[in-house]
Design a protein. Structure first.
Length: 210
């Protein structure tokens, strides 16, 4: 988790988390916040998730099978799902109580996915894969919810790397508490500086008194 200084006047701090996604189940490491992989590749979720007790494992549906509808990310790209598949995909999972429903696409297909959902709320994972984070229509570093910025050619192994920009998407344990504490620390530091300044001014004024 990376901490980026925000607007200190308002005591804001932005937390950005990281994710790896791959179809090669052997490449995942323990140094990202999330592991994303395809639901059709994992026959036993309990065994797979036990390998990564300190990370969140999230499953992607690419249209090749999703046992028990366990995937909460719809993969919209060639040879996978299409924007037209999203309404039924969303309804099936929402009706079973699934949360954090998300669609993945590149920048060109993002709006088609939003339009196809016709108002159904969904998070957005957008691929740039060129090292850039900004996606048109969003405040830089403020959205979309997830940005896939690097592919295997950049990483040197068979995986893609993403930044999770939205702290409300699958909140990491204690993330809200940490953010709150960091905000409090920042505000206390600012207050301490102001108090120190006032004390210096008072001391100077006292020295000038007869």
């Amino acid at each position: 988790m990376y901490r980026i200084p925000g607007n200190h006047a308002k005591g804001l701090t932005l937390f950005i988390r990281t994710a790896l996604d791959s179809e090669d189940l052997s490449v995942f490491t323990s140094n990202t916040d999330f592991i994303f992989t395809y639901s059709d590749l994992v026959p036993d979720r309990t065994v797979f998730e036990a390998r990564y007790p300190h990370q969140q494992v999230v499953y992607i549906d690419r249209g090749l099978g999703d046992p028990d509808l366990k995937a909460t990310i719809a993969d919209v790209e060639p040879h996978a799902l299409t924007p037209a598949d999203l309404p039924k995909w969303w309804d099936d999972r929402h009706n079973r109580g699934a949360h954090w429903l998300t669609h993945y696409s590149d920048r060109n297909d993002r709006l088609a996915c939003v339009d196809a959902l016709a108002g159904r709320p969904a998070y957005q994972w957008v691929a740039t894969l060129d090292g850039t984070v900004h996606v048109d229509g969003f405040t830089p570093l403020g959205g979309p919810d997830i940005v896939q910025i690097l592919g295997s050619a950049h990483l040197g192994f068979n995986a893609d790397f993403s930044l999770v920009l939205n702290p409300a998407w699958r909140p990491s344990p204690n993330a809200v508490t940490k953010a709150s504490l960091m905000t409090s620390v920042g505000m206390a530091a600012n207050l301490a500086e102001e108090i120190h300044g006032e004390l210096v001014s008072l001391e100077s004024a006292l020295r000038q008194l007869p």
